[in-house]
Ligand binder design. Structure first.
Ligand SMILES: [Zn+2]
Ligand SMILES: [Zn+2]
Length: 249
């Protein structure tokens, strides 16, 4: 059984009382637990729901702080306050490690990845794809077998403009987590997707379920959701902090 718990879903900066991108992915039979991104404000939500020792790896998609800044908080907690019984894997594109102050030393095992990289975390496999965004921004496909070998597939677009398509993650994912930063009236103004584009792209990629996230806090969430559902052709999940969803039972 693979699940996703939303620990942050604001885009580009935190809204009032909010937190930026972070999604905890857990396979409950094998116990493998991976955190996708760790945006500003998300660590407090991690502490609400999970223990530090249950985390196998943190995977960072790109160098914008709304996707990695709270790795600093987690690292301070590992080094000085809460502690941890084993080293923590951190998997990220080149460049982020140089910007950090605390996540270094024997408690952390960094590995750098790029487009085309594949990483295994025990039985779970992660593959990386370059999106249409700044520098090296990596979308992620996760293949996660349960203890019987049934594989759940999850995709995460990270941040992207419409010059990249989630079908590159493979057709027919069990769930796609897609950015849907704004409404269609903002399309083309920056390298992000509208709700309409996120919905249409997910439908074209054959995703079985779609979760939209990375909302700009000054925009109407319900308008983005409405656009996305229209584009997808069926119900869409809109990320909220604390929400847990099953990718595959
Ligand atoms: Zn972002
Ligand atoms: Zn970004």
């Amino acid at each position: 059984m693979l699940s996703v718990t939303v620990l942050g879903c604001d885009g580009s900066h935190q809204g009032m009382g909010g937190a930026c991108s972070s999604y905890l992915v857990k396979e409950w039979e094998t116990g493998i637990t991976v955190l996708l991104d760790m945006g500003s404000g998300s660590f407090s939500n991690y502490e609400r729901f999970f223990q530090l020792d249950e985390l196998d790896a943190v995977v960072l998609s790109h160098s914008h702080p709304d996707h990695w800044a709270d790795i600093e908080s987690l690292a301070v907690a590992v080094r000085y306050t809460i502690g941890r019984r084993r080293p923590l894997r951190i998997i990220a594109p080149e460049g982020i490690m140089k910007m950090t102050q605390h996540p270094y030393g024997p408690l952390f095992e960094w590995s750098e990845v790029g487009a085309g990289s594949t990483v295994s975390i025990q039985d779970m496999s992660l593959r990386f794809y370059k999106t249409d965004h700044v520098l090296t921004t990596l979308a992620i496909r996760i293949d996660a077998p349960d203890s019987s070998g049934n594989v759940a597939t999850l995709g995460y677009t990270a941040d992207t403009g419409d010059g990249w398509h989630p079908s590159e993650l493979g057709y027919g994912l069990d769930m796609l987590i897609s950015e849907a930063t704004f409404t269609s009236m903002y399309e083309g103004r920056s390298q992000h997707l509208s709700g309409k584009q996120a919905g249409e792209f997910a439908r074209e990629a054959g995703a079985r379920a779609l979760m939209i996230t990375h909302h700009w806090s000054n925009l109407d969430r319900s308008a983005i959701l409405h656009e996305a559902a229209e584009g997808f052709g069926k119900e869409v999940i809109q990320a909220r902090v604390g929400m847990g969803v099953l990718v595959k039972s």
